[in-house]
Design a protein around this ligand. Sequence first.
Ligand code: XMP
Length: 325
Amino acid sequence: SWTMPNYIDDAVARIRAEVGDEEVILGLSGGVDSSVAAALIHRAIGDQLTCVFVDHGLLRLNEGQMVMDMFAKNLGVKVVHVDASADFMGQLAGETDPEKKRKIIGAEFVEVFQREAKKLTNARWLAQGTIYPDVIESAGAKTKKAHTIKSHHNVGGLPETLNLKLLEPLRELFKDEVRELGVALGLPHDMVYRHPFPGPGLGVRILGEVRKDFADLLRRADAIFIEELRNTRDEDGLSWYDKTSQAFAVFLPVKSVGVMGDGRTYDYVVALRAVVTSDFMTAHWAELPYSLLGKVSNRIINEVRGINRVVYDVSGKPPATIEWE
Ligand code: XMP
């Protein structure tokens, strides 16, 4: 019968048989899939695995540190931490078009990753956290030429240009199975059950031109929102973070007038977005309690100098999308 410990033993044996004594590189994003793949492959082959974590400067507050703590410190995984935020910001300067921003971020990501991967001259394998729905989706995209509203971050061309064999140990698993596997491998529950985060990160949550000062403001506002969602509990012990499928703050590069103490402020606006959905193709805006929204708004305006107005997005998908870009 199927049990998680048996599954892990089998998966470990398969990875060892496939890889032998060769070395493996994995692009760690901090997301669930690449994290679980890293933990599983590390369980199988230990130091034959090197992870490359590219920080594009568009991650959430303290995310880079969290990834390094979890993998390098706690699990003892070899992780190369590449701080490429200046490169990404440079490439994005002046660009306001959402699709062009995605292309820039995707291309720069491939470039930085390749540069790092080429330094690991012993590597023969590229590991990816591809899961079963990704396999289905890309098969569909090839035959149907799917109509894409937003181009997704895609690192599909990497193995060929790097001349590496592809290792995808999660290819047969659904998302909930990947999460169970992650917990069984010792990853923290909160990490494994996180909301999805887009590949281009805050790059598509800062409307228009991406700037470091905007990203810094947004990170702090977003962290307050998520912290307050996590700090709630209903009768069943569930938080509003658990009850929403995705929640985040969006930076609007628009200034409005406010008043603080005796003075007038003229600062930026943050929009809060929280949705409930089962497939992310359609979504309802989450009916968060007014008291919670009020608390988040007060905290953001009081604690994040530079933001003086907070609004809540009450648009469904369709016609709106979940992200604002
Ligand atoms: P939308 O905004 O299209 O989002 O309703 C649906 C889901 O897809 C995520 N999303 C992305 N994920 N790269 C990603 O990896 C992207 O460019 C991208 N754009 C949207 C979004 O966060 C939501 O979960």
